[in-house]
Design a binder for this molecule. Structure first.
Ligand code: BT5
Length: 315
């Protein structure tokens, strides 16, 4: 949304304001005011106009302007009702030189997980990718996956869902012994060893989605299922982006915040790494995101892999 339109909205949110006053305040013509108001109505903002002037009655439920309006983070949002993959679109925008852009969709038709796995993305989810250009070496980029997991966990808890993080990129909800997957994160990047050119952090949140529409073997859940009522996706997306923005600028604090929500630490785990499986007790996580495992033959530090939580062995 352009700047003037933001300012029109801010003025309307404060109560009825007449067209001429608005024109004066924003230093634009009256017909320009009218055009902005019409454009906002087209985007789903309900704007009343009567003798007292214009006033904002309601904000659209979801979409680019809905998320940008009132967002306390410097991202511009591009919204799609349906798109193959927000990560693929964000990569295209990266190639065009963009930054601090969020690609958001209601539905993905070709959502991707890690290692070319499919990510099911029916309508009602929050499927988004954040494109940005941090000034860090490539080796530090995994910290942004952890930051995304922390941000989404905090937003979920504020929405009343006790989410936790399984190393490195799953946000889960526990039901007794069972862990159900609520969110998946896929980070992609490009650059030289000493400097990242761009990072795309893709976050898939099962928001207002029926888990029956998702693959059974993943043991999925959704925010609406956990809450027993639908979620305000606009507010959730804003909280998620605000938390992520704060953490990406303060990466030294990410690991500590991650530990607070980790479900993996203290557990017996089996991690499938490119060099083979590693089994032992997960004891810590280290910057920028490596898992420290005590195995029968010593300490291993693992930077990537699929992690499975095992049942404790009885002594
Ligand atoms: C992930 O992969 O968990 C990363 C998923 C990232 C998705 C986001 S959505 C926005 C952005 N655009 C994209 O195209 N991708 C990102 P992984 O750890 O590999 O888990 C994939 C596995 O999770 C699949 O093999 C399924 O078993 C399971 N799965 C698929 N869809 C699911 C869903 N909606 N909820 C829970 N589990 C799912």
């Amino acid at each position: 949304m352009n700047d003037t339109r933001h300012r029109v909205l801010d003025a309307l949110a404060d109560g009825p304001v007449s067209g001429p006053t608005l024109a004066d305040e924003l230093d634009i013509s009256r017909s320009a005011v009218w055009k902005h108001v019409e454009a906002l109505r087209d985007e789903g903002f309900e704007i009343r106009s009567d003798d007292a002037g214009y006033a904002l009655d309601s904000v659209p439920e979801f979409g680019a302007s809905a998320v940008e309006y009132g967002l306390d983070a410097p991202f511009s949002v591009e919204y799609h009702d349906s798109i193959p993959s927000t990560n693929a679109r964000a990569r295209d925008l990266a190639a065009e030189g963009e930054s601090d852009t969020v690609v958001l969709a209601d539905e993905q038709t070709g959502g991707r997980g890690r290692l070319d796995r499919d990510w099911h993305s029916p309508s009602g989810g929050i499927w988004l990718s954040v494109l940005f250009r941090p000034d860090v070496p490539m080796a530090h980029a995994p910290v942004f996956t952890l930051a995304a997991a922390v941000a989404v966990t905090r937003a979920a808890r504020e929405a009343g869902v006790e989410a936790g993080i399984k190393w490195p990129n799953d946000v889960l909800v526990r039901h007794g012994d069972e862990e159900r997957k609520l969110v998946g994160i896929l980070t992609e990047m490009e650059g030289e060893a000493d400097r990242v050119s761009w990072v795309v952090v893709g976050i898939g949140v099962n928001a207002n989605v029926d888990p029956a529409e998702l693959p059974d073997e993943a043991n999925p859940t959704s925010l609406s299922t956990e809450r027993g009522e639908p979620l305000d996706r606009r507010l959730f997306t804003q909280r998620l982006l605000e938390e992520f923005d704060a953490l990406r600028q303060d990466t030294g604090r990410v690991v500590e915040a991650w530990r607070e929500y980790a479900t993996t630490l203290g557990k017996r785990v089996r991690v499938e790494t490119p060099g083979g499986p590693i089994e032992g007790e997960a004891v810590d996580v280290q910057f920028p995101g490596a898992l420290v495992i005590e195995t029968a033959s010593g300490t291993e530090v693992v930077s990537a892999g699929d992690c499975e939580h095992l049942r404790p062995v009885s002594e």
